[in-house]
Design a protein around this ligand. Structure first.
Ligand SMILES: C[S@@+](CC[C@H](N)C(=O)[O-])C[C@H]1O[C@@H](n2cnc3c(N)ncnc32)[C@H](O)[C@@H]1O
Length: 272
């Protein structure tokens, strides 16, 4: 069994299955962010913590072959697979990098996006300041985080709770506290980073599952794998059965069900 631990290790281990288990999730969440950033042909855009390219691909398509789309991620496997997947788009570069200390030159991007990453970082305020410094004058920053979720997600997450260390760096435990607890908390991070026209847009995304087993597959395919890795292997089947029982009670006549999640888009513009 892979050792529980750092965020990068978990994302390296999920990279191959990430966003590939037929659940509309990262794509629709990123699509909302890309819509709000209103990228124009020829612009220079950056995607921080690009994962498997849920935002990077539509950003690159929006800027087109005359533009430039750079994505970076701390997980080498994410970088490797996303560079391969986006090799058909010459305007794209995918790099290894740390969102807490981006290495791109200051003042060079017309739009900076980051979808579902900020809550993994030890100092979100410092990170947003560093990201804002990458913007050209009148450049736009957009950050996607989570708002309220369907209570049923929580009831699945609770099945892992007895096994989890208190400080598990997982979006489902860190992503609802501090600045992530409210629109105002997130807006304050952007204002404190010196951005203007700070605003919030909220959208509800529905994750559709064919069956309870499909939900179990999903839990292994993204950052929630960190929770599984804290469950002793000889108790995996017990947790799996508990999820199947709980989610089985939500099924419609086809066996499927949908869980909703509010996504919060925090947006701002660099003065200039
Ligand atoms: C929930 S995924 C989101 C990926 C992608 N933005 C999407 O919307 O599908 C979080 C991503 O952040 C990356 N990540 C976590 N900490 C990071 C850091 N310090 N610097 C850069 N990337 C990081 C992970 O490797 C992972 O790919």
């Amino acid at each position: 069994m892979a050792k529980p631990g750092g965020v990068v290790g978990v994302f390296d281990r999920v990279a191959d299955t990430y966003d590939t288990v037929d659940v509309p999730w990262f794509g629709p969440i990123a699509a909302g962010l890309v819509d709000e950033l209103r990228v124009q042909p020829g612009e220079r855009v950056l995607d921080i913590g690009c994962g498997r390219g849920a935002a990077l691909r539509p950003l690159a398509l929006a800027t087109g072959p005359r533009g430039r789309a750079v994505g970076f991620d701390l997980s080498p496997r994410m970088v490797e697979l996303t560079a391969r997947d986006l090799a058909d788009l010459p305007q794209v570069t995918v790099e290894l990098g740390d969102a807490s200390a981006p290495q791109q030159p200051a003042g060079t991007f017309d739009a900076v996006a980051s979808s579902l990453v900020l809550f993994f970082l030890p100092e979100p305020g410092a990170a947003v300041r560093a990201w804002s410094a990458l913007l050209a004058p009148r450049g736009r920053l957009g950050v996607a985080t989570f708002g309220e979720q369907d209570e049923r997600w929580r009831s699945v997450d609770e099945l892992f709770t007895p096994h989890l260390p208190p400080a598990l760096a997982d979006a489902r435990t860190t992503g609802t506290r501090g600045p992530f607890a409210s629109d105002e908390g997130m807006e304050r991070l952007l204002v404190d980073a010196g951005l203007d026209d700070v605003r919030t847009v909220r959208r509800t995304v529905e994750a559709v599952f064919r069956s309870a087993e499909h939900l179990v597959t999903f839990t292994w395919s993204h950052g929630q794998r960190a929770m599984w890795e804290h469950v002793p292997p000889d108790q995996h089947e017990e947790v799996r059965q508990a999820i199947l029982t709980r989610a089985g009670s939500w099924a419609d006549a086809t066996g499927g069900f949908a869980l909703s999640q509010v996504v919060r888009y925090s947006l701002g513009v660099r003065g200039g």
